[in-house]
Design a protein around this ligand. Structure first.
Ligand code: PHE
Length: 341
C-alpha cells in the first residue's frame, strides 16, 4: 500500500508536469483525486489494515493528497498565467501606430458669406426670417406694386407652375417684405435670405437658381439717411473701414426713391482694373424707401410709418469676398475647390 501511494504520487506529479490545458488538468484531478480516483481507491482499502498500520498509512495518504492538491493548484495557476500572457500578446494594441485621420468637412463659401451677413445684421437688431420658395405671384409682384404686364412678370423670365401665372418660384426675396408686413408687429427689422429662381442660362455670372438676401426696416420717422447710414456700415464691416460707397438712382416698382449701391473697387481703389471692369466701382445691391403703395396694401399708414429695404445677390458677394471668378464653382461642389476655404 505504501508503494501504491508512492507510485500514485510520482505518476501524478509527472503527469502534471506535462499538462497542456485546463481540460487535461481537470482529467488528472478526476483521475487521482475524484470519487472513483486512484487515491480514493487506495483509501477505501484502509479498512483492511491493522489498527497499528492504519494511522501511519492514513498520514501518508493525507500527505500524498496534500501534495497532489498543491501541485494541481500550481499547475492551474501556471496554465492561467500562460493563457493570459498569450491573450495579452494577441490582443496587444500598438499605441505608437499613427491613427486614421477623420475627414473633417469645410464650411461652404456661401455659408461663410451668409453667416457673416447674418452676424452684421443681427448685431444691428435685425431678426432672420425664412419664407417659401414656391410663392404666390400676388406676393412676388402685385403686392410689390409690379402690376399686370410689368416686364419682370414675363413668362420668359419666370418659372410659373400654372397657366394663369398665379403660383411661381419666387424671382426675388422681396415677397418676404410683404410677408413680414402681413405677419409681424411694427416696428419691423428683418433679414430674409433664401433661394430665388430666374430663367437664366448658366454661365460664369448666371445661374437659374441663386441666393438673395432681403432686408426691411419699417418704423416711424425712418428716412433715406438711415438707409445710407446702415448700408455704409455694412460695406465697412464687409470690406474694411473707410470703404467708399456710391448710391446711384435706379428704379424698382416697390421702392421710391430707389437706388443701387456700389462699393469702391478694393483691388484698384477706384482707378479702374479688370476686377471692376475698369469702372472703379462694383455694384453691390438694390435698395430704396418702401413705396407708400406697398405700405398701404399691407395696411400700414404711410403718413405715420416709413421704411427702407434692400436686396442683394449672395453669390456675387461670395465671389468678390473669396476672389472666385466663376459662379459655377459655387454649385459644382468639387472637393478640391471647397477645401480651399
Ligand atoms: N428685389 C430687387 C432685385 O431682385 C432688389 C431690391 C430689394 C431692391 C429691395 C430694392 C429693395 O433686384
Amino acid at each position: 500500500m505504501k508503494d501504491q501511494l508512492a507510485k500514485i504520487r510520482a505518476e501524478a506529479l509527472a503527469a502534471l508536469e506535462g499538462v497542456q490545458d485546463a481540460a487535461g488538468l481537470d482529467g488528472l484531478r478526476v483521475k487521482y483525486l475524484g470519487k472513483k480516483g486512484e487515491l480514493t481507491g487506495v483509501l477505501k482499502m484502509m479498512g483492511k489494515l491493522s489498527p497499528e498500520e492504519r494511522p501511519v498509512m492514513g498520514q501518508m495518504a493525507n500527505d500524498v493528497r496534500a501534495a497532489l492538491e498543491k501541485a494541481l493548484d500550481e499547475a492551474s495557476q501556471k496554465l492561467e498565467a500562460a493563457a493570459l500572457a498569450l491573450r495579452l500578446k494577441a490582443e496587444a494594441i500598438d499605441v505608437t501606430i499613427p491613427g486614421q485621420a477623420v475627414a473633417v468637412g469645410r464650411e461652404h463659401p456661401m455659408n461663410i458669406a451668409l453667416n457673416e451677413m447674418k452676424d452684421i445684421f443681427t448685431g444691428m437688431g435685425f431678426t432672420i426670417m425664412d419664407g417659401p420658395e414656391v410663392e404666390l405671384a400676388a406676393y412676388n409682384f402685385d403686392r410689390l406694386n409690379a402690376e399686370e404686364g410689368h416686364p419682370s412678370r414675363d413668362w420668359s423670365d419666370t418659372f410659373y407652375f400654372d397657366q394663369d401665372s398665379r403660383v411661381m418660384l419666387r424671382s426675388q426675396t422681396s415677397p418676404m417684405q410683404v410677408r413680414a408686413m402681413d405677419t409681424l408687429p411694427l416696428p419691423i427689422r428683418i433679414l430674409a435670405p433664401g433661394r430665388v429662381y430666374r430663367k437664366d442660362e448658366v454661365d460664369a455670372t448666371h445661374s437659374p437658381m441663386f441666393h438673395q438676401v432681403e432686408g426691411l426696416v419699417i418704423d416711424k420717422g425712418v428716412t433715406m439717411a438711415d438707409l445710407k447710414g446702415a448700408l455704409n456700415t455694412v460695406a465697412e464691416r464687409l470690406f474694411g473701414e473707410g470703404t467708399k460707397t456710391r448710391f446711384r438712382p435706379h428704379h424698382f416698382p416697390f421702392t421710391e426713391p430707389s437706388c443701387e449701391m456700389d462699393v469702391q473697387c478694393h483691388k484698384c481703389g477706384g482707378v479702374g482694373c479688370p476686377t471692376c471692369t475698369g469702372e472703379g466701382w462694383i455694384e453691390l445691391l438694390g435698395a430704396g424707401m418702401v413705396h407708400p403703395r406697398v405700405l398701404e396694401m399691407a395696411g400700414i399708414d404711410p403718413e405715420v410709418y416709413s421704411g427702407w429695404a434692400f436686396g442683394f445677390g449672395l453669390e456675387r458677394l461670395a465671389l468678390r469676398r473669396f476672389k472666385i471668378d466663376d459662379v459655377r464653382l459655387i454649385f459644382e461642389n468639387n472637393i478640391r475647390f471647397l477645401e480651399q476655404f
